[in-house]
Design a binder for this molecule. Structure first.
Ligand code: CP
Length: 311
């Protein structure tokens, strides 16, 4: 089985078979990661550059671990210590790196569409590790893997995506993926943080009342308030945001059921989610991070076109 795409630029470009293939392959790699020796020779002689033009903790470490556990050769690029800081263009930077015989590029960029631009100009396979407010495909895949692991399926499950939907690439990738896999999705949060096109163009239901959203869902995927992407205030204060939309134990204890709590990280504790919720037994936030390595191993492996995941 092979993916229908050469690059992984967004969930928008994948079909349900691609998603199923990535999640099933990630399951095989998760087994590898439980072994005493977590390394397989699968991507020996494959050269990968991690090109991070924007800060990251989870995605960057996760990709590097995934690459090393597949025995790939890895180079890390940080914009602040590179010649990009002297004005070198993205295309010049990448072409210079590729001339050193790199096979694959993992890229995070603050500009939406940057990896798509690159894909038009270079031959190497590109994985989007988050582009602006557009997509974060591997986050959506690891979220889906974690939901499927917990609930046994994706079809028919009810997922509420809560918080700063407007500025979230995680929200868009999750919506594409969950709808392709037959899950039900609503978005919830302040009206100023929910773009109107979601309802009309993507058929996603909007529920402005957070308590109703929580009462409806099996899974609450709670998103970070991205103050760095807001040019002007979109709600009155962080304290008031927490009171009106924050996920608190008090809110959860009013539900007559248990729901799964997710967050892609980094968490603004005490804003979109209280600490006792983030650290509760219902939270699978660290499972998401753990699963990220296996999911990224699956994406890297499948994009190289190699035919045996563990040798
Ligand atoms: N979830 C996520 O993308 O986190 P980082 O920004 O730390 O990579």
């Amino acid at each position: 089985m092979a993916l229908s795409t050469k690059h992984l630029l967004g969930i928008k470009d994948l079909n349900s078979e691609d998603i199923q293939l990535i999640l099933n392959t990630a399951g095989q790699f998760k087994e590898v990661l439980q072994r005493p020796v977590k390394k397989v020779p699968t991507l020996r002689d494959v050269n990968i550059v991690n090109l991070f033009y924007e800060n990251s903790t989870r995605t960057r470490i996760s990709f590097e671990l995934a690459e090393k556990r597949l025995s790939a050769d890895v180079v890390n690029f940080t914009v602040s210590s590179s010649s990009a800081a002297k004005g070198e263009t993205l295309l010049d930077t990448v072409n210079n790196i590729l001339s050193m015989k790199v096979d694959m590029v993992v890229m995070r960029h603050s500009a939406s569409g940057a990896p798509h631009f690159l894909a038009k100009h270079i031959d190497a396979a590109i994985i989007n590790a988050g582009d602006g407010i557009n997509e974060h495909p591997t986050q959506a895949l690891l979220d889906a893997f974690s939901m499927r692991e917990k609930l046994g399926k994706l079809e028919g499950i009810k997922v509420a995506i809560i918080g700063d939907i407007m500025h979230s690439r995680v929200a868009l990738s999750n919506i594409y993926l969950l709808k392709k896999m037959g899950a039900e999705v609503i978005v919830s949060g302040p009206p100023t943080l929910i773009p109107r096109y979601l309802q009309e163009a993507m058929g996603v239901k909007v529920e402005y009342n957070i308590d109703k959203a929580l009462a409806w869902c099996d899974v609450a995927n709670v998103l970070r308030i991205q103050l760095e992407r807001q040019n002007q205030p979109l709600f009155s204060s962080l304290r008031e945001y927490n009171l009106a939309y924050g996920i608190t134990q008090e809110r959860l204890s009013k539900l007559n059921k248990e729901i799964i709590i997710m967050h892609p990280g980094p968490i603004n504790r005490g804003v979109e989610m209280d600490s006792d919720v983030a650290d509760s037994q219902h939270s699978i936030i660290l499972d998401q991070v753990e699963n990220g390595v296996a999911v990224r191993m699956a994406c890297l492996y499948l994009l190289t076109g190699r035919t045996n995941p563990t040798s």
